[in-house]
Design a protein around this ligand. Structure first.
Ligand SMILES: NC(=O)c1ccc[n+]([C@@H]2O[C@H](COP(=O)([O-])OP(=O)(O)OC[C@H]3O[C@@H](n4cnc5c(N)ncnc54)[C@H](O)[C@@H]3O)[C@@H](O)[C@H]2O)c1
Ligand SMILES: N[C@H](CO)Cc1c[nH]c[nH+]1
Ligand SMILES: [Zn+2]
Length: 447
């Protein structure tokens, strides 16, 4: 049977555009009631029965039958052995990628992840103390593909932040362990690792089981089950964002070879049938050329079936009136990845507000960002880039305000606070401030 990838052909000039566009975009884990119900049941079961439930779901969903949780833990020796056994070229690539990701996140920490403080003229100190989280859980997807790069993208910023313990979970369908994933866990310095996935792994990390330690925060991407589970455990633990099925939006002025753009659309479509690839372009003949390239290149792709399903079910080639209009529509979509495939990307970049990551120019394929450019590839999806940011060192830190009021400062602040406290009807607040005023007898700080 011949596989066909037919993304929807839309035009912003058509009267039906808004409705068709909305229908194409509309999807999120919480609109899929079947997934939601299943995830809710799994979370409740793991919370109640712990390891026993995790073992059952791992057998059911990943085809991995074992006698006890001990068999689902990867030892440090196993991680090290995997690193030593992979071909030298893979080891070098892994280490080169890790170096670039580390350099980027160290710069990120310097720019915005350090404690700071200042003093008022009267000596009062005000500031913010930044501390790393004690223990985090990192989700590394593993259902339809293996993601050693996601190990690096999660664990390295956690390390740079100074997190004490990094607990990794990764499903290994039918028990097939991916050597590169294990090697990446070794390179990135993961503390403990379990071969579990899906909602049951998220639940194990959030609630803790007899074997899996409860964590403070869960980060990392995953499929619709993982995204929904993370949303539901938020509050019990922190989460980074909703990083669900991958998305790419290519904003093209028609100057990049059509084959390059077709392959970039494939690159995210091949992740998942639910991934979304969209092209926005003001040149109709160029859109035809990209569709022709899709037809020609698809049969040779090993993951052609997933690509065809994703492009046909969720993809779109949109003809716009202008590049300006294309930028405006891109902002409405707020994609995970946005490629500005143009001879003059800096002309359009200032118009772009909402995207997880922006890739400028024809040579910046999104896939370079997935592996080794340096910035994080764990990014907000489903339009959440309107309010969320890429995974970063800041996700593994928290902040405490620091306040040290001097004796002189207390004289000024005490009067302001007391006035406002009486206004709120909170007498104890007011008195606590007033007792420190020199005007109150016998209450001066002893020297
Ligand atoms: N946004 C990002 O930063 C980013 C990065 C990498 C990957 N991704 C996305 O992550 C996803 C990875 O998905 P995946 O499936 O390959 O791996 P995954 O690890 O996310 O999901 C596999 C797990 O899903 C669960 N599952 C599958 N079918 C189920 C069912 N019918 N009922 C209950 N549970 C079920 C199983 O427990 C299985 O272990 C893709 O959508 C990819 O696009 C996103
Ligand atoms: N594109 C994914 C984020 O949506 C990340 C990734 C890992 N490997 C390949 N791609
Ligand atoms: Zn990718």
């Amino acid at each position: 049977m011949k596989l066909v990838a037919s993304p929807a052909r839309l035009s912003t000039a058509a009267a039906t555009f808004d409705a068709e566009f909305k229908a194409r975009l509309h999807w999120s884990a919480d609109t899929d009631a079947a997934i939601e119900q299943r995830v809710a049941d799994i979370l409740a079961d793991v919370q109640q029965r712990g390891d026993a439930a995790v073992l059952e779901y791992t057998a059911r969903f990943d085809g991995l039958n074992v006698a006890g949780m001990g068999e689902l833990e990867l030892t440090q020796a196993e991680l090290k052995a995997a690193f030593e056994a992979i071909p030298a070229a893979q080891r070098d690539a892994l280490e080169a990628a890790a170096r670039r990701v580390r350099t980027y996140h160290e710069a990120q920490k310097k720019a915005s992840g350090e404690s700071w403080s200042y003093r008022d003229e009267d000596g009062t100190l005000l500031g913010q103390k930044v501390t790393p989280l004690d223990r985090v859980g990192i989700y590394v997807p593993g259902g339809k593909a293996a993601y050693p790069s996601s190990v690096l993208m999660n664990a390295i910023p956690a390390h740079v932040a100074g997190v004490g313990e990094i607990i990794m979970v990764v499903p290994t369908p039918r028990g097939e362990k991916n050597a590169l994933v294990l090697a990446a866990a070794y390179v990135a310095g993961v503390t403990r690792a379990f071969t579990i996935g899906g909602a049951q792994a998220v639940a194990a990390l959030a609630y803790g089981t007899q074997t899996v330690p409860k964590v403070d925060k869960i980060t990392g991407p995953g499929n619709a089950y993982v995204a929904s589970a993370k949303k539901r455990v938020f509050g019990t633990v922190g989460i980074d964002m909703i990083a669900g099925p991958s998305e790419i939006l290519v904003l093209a002025d028609g100057t990049t070879p059509a084959d390059w753009v077709a392959m970039d659309l494939f690159s995210q479509a091949e992740h998942d049938e639910l991934a979304q690839s969209i092209l926005l372009c003001p040149d109709a003949a160029y859109i035809d050329a990209v569709q022709e390239a899709i037809n020609r290149l698809l049969p040779a792709m090993p993951r052609a079936e997933i690509i065809a399903k994703s492009l046909t079910g969720r993809g779109a080639l949109i003809h716009t009136r202008s590049m300006e209009e294309a930028c405006e529509i891109s902002n409405r979509i707020a994609p995970e990845h946005l490629e500005v495939s143009s001879r003059d990307p800096h002309k359009w970049e200032p118009l772009l507000k909402h995207a997880g990551a922006i890739f400028l120019g024809a040579f910046t394929s999104e896939s370079l960002g997935d592996y080794c450019a340096g910035p994080n590839h764990v990014l907000p999806t489903s339009g959440t880039a309107r309010f969320s940011s890429p995974l970063g060192v800041y996700d593994f830190q928290k902040r405490s305000s620091l306040i040290e009021v001097s004796e002189a400062g207390a004289q000024v602040l005490g009067k302001i606070a007391a006035e406002l406290a009486y206004g709120e009807g909170l007498q104890a607040h007011a008195r606590a401030a007033e007792l420190r005023l020199h005007t109150v007898p016998d209450m001066k700080v002893k020297k």
